[in-house]
Design a protein around this ligand. Structure first.
Ligand SMILES: Cc1ncc(COP(=O)(O)O)c(C=O)c1O
Length: 405
């Protein structure tokens, strides 16, 4: 089968879909067949670590063959091509992008390289990933600075943009050198209003000197390739994301984008192999699994052909189906906002009388794979990938209903 067959009609390649038709125009079954998923498993945890579509696997093999033939051929043109592809996909300039092996290392490099004084602090929220918090704490402890962890909403299910903005406004002090937030929280499924947070941070920065300027750092791993927005144009100063989750890139790949106006505020933590630009040199050096890095371009190209609006609309359609279904099951408490503007592809919930881990185990007995966020309150958690089907959602809802009986 031609790998482009999932596009229904070639005209769609040239026509930007409207919001209403966004999830249409693709044969989602054909998209799924590009992946080597276990057919006996309903996998609602596909955001965890990406399965790769055929063209990404082929690209890895091609680069591997070239490196095996001549390992001196480090293909700098391919590194540039990946930066260009990620730049186009995120709305950023290629020179403002560094390659990193994952989100955790990206965040560690950013906080570790941030020019931070002992009298300053990094402000995070209690729902940021444990590794995000740890990266900030390790960096702060090296210079004697503090990490303060705040709470940006009372209830994840009922969070509003105004609530987040006003809590953030009252939490920032003149000592706050960086605010770290998560685009889509893996502990609650909340999609944070990054632009509203950026406006608050910009206001706080009024009349601050560069060395006191507060930077907004976004852990974007569950928004990239799940939300239809330009990651580099959300108003953040730094955007960090693994490309090995929703983007379906090779495992062990990720990116950091830095606003060029603040790139002089973050110095490299490690020697770099890249002399492409100031920001590119944040990418850790030494030799890497280059075949994986270079194949990120194939993942971006795969998503570009699918169309970001269609991908996001399909993820939302499945998440909404799941949330609507949960709302009809007595004894189920939804912790993720119903509003698609405040959520994306992660849905967290509780089944009364069972821990999240028990729900994971009970569904596992039915060959349904879900997860919990072990680092926070371990709610049962479903991710609605474009590789999932409405039938899988309905089957899962049926089994959750059975657990409540
Ligand atoms: C919100 C969030 N940030 C960061 C990470 C760590 O991602 P990575 O494996 O790319 O370091 C995770 C984990 O999966 C996550 O859920």
């Amino acid at each position: 089968m031609d790998r482009r067959d999932f596009l229904v009609g070639t005209g769609l390649l040239a026509v930007a879909p409207t919001a209403a038709s966004a999830a249409q125009g693709l044969d989602w079954g054909a998209v799924r067949r590009q992946f080597r998923l276990d057919p006996s498993l309903t996998n609602l945890g596909l955001f965890y670590l990406a399965s790769n579509p055929r063209e990404v696997r082929d690209a890895v093999e091609d680069y591997k063959r070239r490196l095996d033939a001549n390992s001196h051929d480090l293909m700098p043109d391919q590194a540039q091509a990946v930066a260009v592809a990620l730049g186009q996909y995120t709305g950023g300039a290629p020179d403002d992008i560094a390659f990193v092996p994952n989100t955790t290392i990206g965040l560690s490099i950013v906080y570790g390289g941030l020019k931070l004084r002992a009298d300053q602090e990094i402000l995070l929220s209690d729902q940021d990933h444990a590794w995000h918090q740890e990266a900030a704490k390790l960096a702060a402890s090296r210079v004697g600075a503090k990490v303060r962890v705040g709470t940006l909403f009372e209830s994840s299910a009922r969070v509003t943009e105004d609530e987040v903005a006003s809590r953030l406004r009252s939490s920032i002090t003149p000592q706050t050198r960086a605010v770290g937030i998560t685009w889509v929280q893996s502990s609650t499924g909340v999609r944070m209003p990054v632009r509203a947070c950026a406006a608050v941070v910009a206001q706080a920065n009024n009349s601050r000197a560069p060395e006191d300027r507060c930077l907004l750092v976004v852990d974007g791993v569950h928004g990239l390739a799940a939300v239809d927005d330009d990651a580099a144009r959300l108003g953040a100063d730094v955007f960090v994301a693994g490309t090995h989750k929703w983007l379906f890139g090779p495992r062990g790949t990720g990116m950091v984008w830095v606003n060029p106006q603040v790139s002089d505020q973050i110095v490299p933590l490690l020697p770099s192999l890249s002399g492409r630009s100031e920001t590119a040199s944040l990418g850790p050096g030494g030799f890497h699994a280059f075949e994986q890095y270079f194949a990120v371009r194939a993942a971006v190209e795969f998503h570009r052909r699918l169309g970001r609006p269609r991908v996001a609309a399909r993820i939302t359609e499945l998440a909404t189906r799941f949330k609507d279904g949960l709302a009809e099951i007595p004894g189920v408490v939804l912790h993720t906002p119903r509003d698609p503007a405040m959520s994306a592809g992660i849905v967290c919930f509780d089944v009364t009388g069972h821990t999240g881990n028990e729900v994971v185990a009970l569904l596992g007995e039915k060959r349904i794979q879900i997860t919990t966020a072990a680092y926070r309150i371990p709610y049962a958690r479903v991710g609605t990938s474009i590789l999932n089907t409405p039938e899988e959602i309905d089957k899962t809802l049926k089994e959750i209903r059975a657990i409540t009986r």
